[in-house]
Design a protein. Sequence first.
Lengths: 143, 143, 143, 143
Amino acid sequence: MNYRLTTFDDLHVGQRASFAKTICDADLHHFVAITGDVNPLHVDDEFAQGTFFGSRIAHGMLTASLFSTLVGMHLPGIGAIYRSQTLEFLKPVRIGDTLTAIFEIDSIDRENNCIELAGWIENQRGEVVIKGRTLASLMRPRG
Amino acid sequence: MNYRLTTFDDLHVGQRASFAKTICDADLHHFVAITGDVNPLHVDDEFAQGTFFGSRIAHGMLTASLFSTLVGMHLPGIGAIYRSQTLEFLKPVRIGDTLTAIFEIDSIDRENNCIELAGWIENQRGEVVIKGRTLASLMRPRG
Amino acid sequence: MNYRLTTFDDLHVGQRASFAKTICDADLHHFVAITGDVNPLHVDDEFAQGTFFGSRIAHGMLTASLFSTLVGMHLPGIGAIYRSQTLEFLKPVRIGDTLTAIFEIDSIDRENNCIELAGWIENQRGEVVIKGRTLASLMRPRG
Amino acid sequence: MNYRLTTFDDLHVGQRASFAKTICDADLHHFVAITGDVNPLHVDDEFAQGTFFGSRIAHGMLTASLFSTLVGMHLPGIGAIYRSQTLEFLKPVRIGDTLTAIFEIDSIDRENNCIELAGWIENQRGEVVIKGRTLASLMRPRG
């Protein structure tokens, strides 16, 4: 299969990409399969109901993993190299929430092969549940 | 089931926790199931072999998700609330790599309910593949 | 800590042991953490509702793992060595079902260090959900 | 999410599937959380060192649970119904062992909706630690 690598000519400051996903119980199971993180806040209804969250919530890093999809599939996209990510976990995410992950290019430094993006993830009520900043580079096509 | 919430009396500066995990192909499939991130660098052997990585690599955010387990299960542990995380992706992680995720408490601020941790993930050769900083709070037991 | 190993003098044909447990969502998460088995019948409500099961069911081997507790903690108990197990999965187990796992010694062969047990697991309606047969041996105390 | 159910046309005698996993201490903790099986052979280093095993070993049923993943995710795969399983526990499994679970179809009976599989789990030295036989059926797609 052939893929077209993103180049700097494909990118401009202010460019946006986004995608949406509804969090379901299976997502938590997949995340637990990777991490083993069975913190009862995420997997035990009774425990979670006794906390101020009032119900089980998705792992923050599960939600944050949607940034991975933006970097690798959307902006910069195929050929991107993920350099760094900051994450602020602002609101809980519950099973059934529909999230939209959004990226916007803040700056492009061709010389140093560095793209800086602002990212945030909103729920179906427009509340930002996670925000962060991303640095990515582009792979050079092989000569 | 009863759980004991971590309290500030359980924690001290310099305290460490760690756990190990070998990354296997199934982990990538679980991550794809959550994120839909099928960037060919992670899922297409032929494409990955043609890049300077030379083989498929795990999604950076997949590896970073091991910090979730440290926060929620180890340090601070049950009752932790994840506030923020920074991540620097330093080295590629390949299928079969055995990773050790490590946390160390840098500072504890009881008044503002804030614990700061340094975290890093090493591979089987002792190379740091990800490093970052974490802020977490503790849930208060219900009165 | 000192433990008393079970000896043949502790055991007789017809001897029974049992214990009960309610299956909760956290159990499925723990099982997925071990196995990575995210078959949608176990983790995806919508998929499971579309099958003749009508709802998510627990992994059969999750339920069967209660036999491990009987062998190692109850009958024969501490010092038991698990030799073999057969399992017939007879009825689905749903989240919230309260299961009782029961063992009964069928035969004891001191010379060949072999104890044979019949085991079954019932739900709260008295239906047998799994049945099987077990062979176990006893560790000899160190001289 | 849409899943494709395995059909008899996907299967043939001799067909194999496998997957690998390294057993870590967290797996034992997850298993204890499900079963409550805290037999000291599995959780007490000092006790285990005093036995002829010489170190803690994983619960046999924990290792056997990898067959669940093969049935539900690989062979037959999604849409499989687990009918029965036999298990012979042949060798101890220690923390750090890398296990490969393997299934091979022995016979297919379309009329009676019955697939018979031989299964075995090898450690990193190629030793078979568990072997067994499996019967599974296929769910019919809803008409």
